[in-house]
Design a protein around this ligand. Structure first.
Ligand code: F6R
Length: 238
C-alpha cells in the first residue's frame, strides 16, 4: 500500500488525477472502476478540466461503477447514475454505451452485473466512516461478489445530507460490487478527506486485516495507492 498525504482536498484531487491520468495515457481504452459520493467530486472536476483544456479523450474508455441505491429511479436526482452523468460522463466524450452503473434489486441483477465487470485497470474508491468500500459494510466476507446490501444506520446517516437531511428518505438497500469484485482490479486508488474519515483511515492502513474494517483488505492488494488529506491522516502514527 502506497500512502500519500496532501495538505488539503484540492491537493488530494490533483494527486488522484495524476494517478488516473497516468493510466489513461498508457491505455486510452482503459477500463475505469468509478465511485460516487463527495470524495471524488474534485477528481472528476480535474478530469473534466483536463478533457476541456488538453483534449484527453474518453471515447474508448469503459467504466463500471461500484454501486447504486435500490428503489430509486435511475433518473432520480439522487441516483448514482445521475451523479456520474452530472459530474463526469456528460462533460467528456465518453460513449454512453461504455458506461455501466449497476441497477436492480435481485440476486440475479447482481450476478449479471458482476459477470459484466471485467478487466478493470484502475478502481477508484472512497471509504465510509465505518471503513466500508463500495457498500460493503463491516462484516462482509472478503470474497463476496456483487450483491444486494442492507445499508447500516451509520451509512444512511452519513448519506442523509443528499436527502434533505432526512434519514427516512435514504434508501435501505443498495446493489454493490463485492470486495472480491473490487480486489480483481489491477490497480486501486482510494481517496479520503476530512476528520470524519480519520478513524477509518487509521484502521485501514495500520489496523489488522479484518472484515470489521472492510477497507483493511486493501493491505493485501498488490498495487494500491491511498491518497488522504491532512485531516483524514491525522490519526496515523507513522
Ligand atoms: C460510493 C461508495 C461509497 C463511498 C463512501 C464515502 O460509490 O461506494 O463507499 O465512497 O461512502 O462517501 P463520501 O465520499 O461521500 O464520503
Amino acid at each position: 500500500m502506497k500512502v500519500i498525504v496532501t495538505k488539503d482536498y484540492d491537493g488530494l484531487s490533483k494527486e488522484a488525477f495524476k494517478v488516473m491520468k497516468a493510466v489513461l495515457d498508457e491505455k486510452p481504452n482503459a477500463v475505469l472502476g468509478l465511485a460516487t459520493g463527495s470524495s471524488p467530486e474534485g477528481l472528476y472536476a480535474e478530469m473534466v478540466k483536463d478533457h476541456e483544456e488538453n483534449g484527453t479523450s474518453y471515447k474508448d474508455v469503459v467504466t463500471y461503477n461500484l454501486d447504486e441505491y435500490v428503489g430509486i429511479d435511475r433518473n432520480d436526482p439522487q441516483s448514482y447514475y445521475t451523479f456520474m452523468n452530472d459530474h463526469l460522463f456528460k462533460h467528456v466524450d465518453i460513449n454512453p454505451d461504455n458506461t455501466h452503473v449497476p441497477y436492480g434489486s435481485t440476486a440475479e441483477d447482481a450476478k449479471k452485473y458482476d459477470d459484466e465487470v471485467k478487466g478493470v485497470d484502475i478502481q477508484l474508491l472512497g471509504i465510509g466512516r465505518n471503513g466500508h468500500i463500495g457498500f460493503n459494510e463491516p462484516g462482509t466476507p472478503f470474497d463476496e461478489r456483487t450483491h444486494i446490501v442492507e445499508l447500516t444506520e451509520s451509512t444512511r446517516d452519513a448519506n442523509k445530507r443528499f436527502f434533505d437531511d432526512d434519514i427516512t428518505k435514504v434508501p435501505e438497500k443498495a446493489i454493490s460490487q463485492g470486495i472480491g469484485t473490487v480486489m480483481d482490479a489491477k490497480k486501486i486508488l482510494l481517496i479520503a478527506n476530512g476528520a470524519s474519515k480519520a478513524d477509518a483511515v487509521k484502521a485501514m492502513i495500520e489496523g489488522p486485516v479484518t472484515t470489521e474494517c472492510p477497507a483493511s483488505v486493501l493491505q493485501n492488494h498488490p498495487d494500491c495507492v491511498v491518497i488522504v488529506d491532512a485531516e483524514a491522516a491525522s490519526k496515523l502514527s507513522k
